[in-house]
Design a protein around this ligand. Structure first.
Ligand SMILES: Cc1ncc(COP(=O)(O)O)c(C=O)c1O
Length: 371
């Protein structure tokens, strides 16, 4: 198995915690939880007598219907709640299980470069090879499909809004992905974990809104980032019915349904007022602006169209280690995000304003000293 990036990052940070305060901008863990009506739904459901047994294997039909309704309303995508929605304990699980469900031993799984560090785990468990499709920054981080493997490819993963590049889906990228799938036979797996977190008036863009997408692929949707429910562990695989069925079958063997009160609270989140989603998005956009204000004079122009990250090229002489040991600020080191990640770092905006200010002060002093 490859090194588990986030596990080892936490270890590196813990070993540097020597009593002097560290500012941690390395983690993508939402700093505020879900709105009160979601917590109330959990509490009320947990107090009932009929919720403590095994939940249905494939989840509550009402939760699948709620997700389908949200997809229609927010992203203009029609889903059959029975056949085209699978419920999983978080999209991290879906990321791994989709490789197991799609790739045979010896096939290839194509990952975007840069990628979210959990992506190589599934191919490793499936005994599949990994190849990359570059996302060149000079081309708006749009996948360069001319560089993607075409032989014996089981699946190609994409992720917009992108972690770590923080860009929204570029025009035409999803259409090109569908065309690639049609010519190679690969399935497209789109990670939409940050779907709702796009800035500057952009509309969320689901891969499944692309003509032909449902014939060739699926999308992962997460409760973690839109609703601040990362610890609750609920995510979905939606789209192509055959792939959804494979995921459900794998889950029939590996798990039973998620605790019913959690599913009921997810229904409350998906069907109730959505103001908290907009507030969250606006907060991250405001913090993005603040980071740009402080760091652009030192680093040059930065890009952040969505997510709650900023992907930066580190100045010469500045590394994860120097930031950690000399400046007491943690960033996510770029090396774990794929071949193009070296020399880069990912900063998180999912911290309170005070922490962000302290972190920016320390980063600015490190970058200034390197000039
Ligand atoms: C791009 C991306 N996909 C998936 C996940 C996992 O999300 P979940 O909490 O649904 O497992 C994350 C979490 O940080 C992420 O950044």
């Amino acid at each position: 198995m490859p090194e588990q990036y986030f596990g080892s990052l936490l270890g590196r940070v813990a070993s540097a915690t020597d009593g002097v305060s560290l500012i941690d901008l390395g983690r993508g863990n939402p700093e505020t939880g879900p709105p009160a009506h979601v917590i109330d739904a959990l509490v009320q459901a947990a107090a009932r007598a009929d919720v403590h047994g095994y939940a249905p294997f494939r989840g509550l039909p009402e939760l699948r219907a709620a997700l389908a309704a949200r997809y229609s309303e927010a992203y203009g995508v029609t889903l059959d709640a029975t056949n085209e929605v699978a419920i999983l304990p978080g999209t991290k699980t879906a990321i791994v299980e989709l490789s197991l469900a799609l790739a045979e031993n010896g096939q290839t799984v194509v990952l975007p470069d840069p990628y979210y560090p959990d992506y190589p785990s599934g191919p490793a468990l499936a005994g599949a090879d990994v190849a990359y499709v570059p996302l060149p920054p000079w081309n708006g981080w749009r996948p360069d499909f001319s560089q993607a493997a075409t032989d014996n490819v089981a699946a190609l993963y994409l992720n917009y809004p992108s972690n770590p590049a923080a860009v929204a889906a570029p025009d035409g990228a999803f259409e090109e992905a569908v065309a690639y799938a049609q010519t190679t036979g690969a399935a497209i797996v789109h990670d939409f974990a940050y779907g709702d977190l796009v800035f500057d008036g952009r509309e969320p863009r689901s891969f499944l809104a692309t003509p032909g997408a449902k014939e060739v692929g699926v999308e992962m949707f997460s409760m973690s980032k839109s609703y601040g429910m990362a610890g609750w562990r609920v995510g979905f695989v939606v789209g192509n019915a055959e792939i959804v069925e494979r995921i459900n079958l794998l889950n029939d063997h590996c798990r039973v349904g998620i605790f019913r009160p959690i599913q009921e609270a997810c229904i409350a989140a998906l069907t109730g007022p959505q103001d908290s989603v907009a507030e969250r998005r606006d907060t991250y956009q405001r913090r993005r602006d603040r980071v740009f204000e402080v760091l652009e004079p030192l680093l040059g122009p930065l890009t952040c169209e969505g997510t709650f990250y900023i992907w930066i090229k580190l100045p010469e002489g500045v590394t994860f280690e120097t930031l950690l040991t000399e400046h007491r600020v943690v960033v996510a080191p770029g090396e774990g995000f794929g071949p193009s990640g070296a020399g880069h770092a990912r900063l998180s905006l999912a911290v309170d304003d005070e922490t962000l200010e302290l972190g920016l002060e320390r980063l600015a002093s490190a970058f200034d000293a390197a000039r």
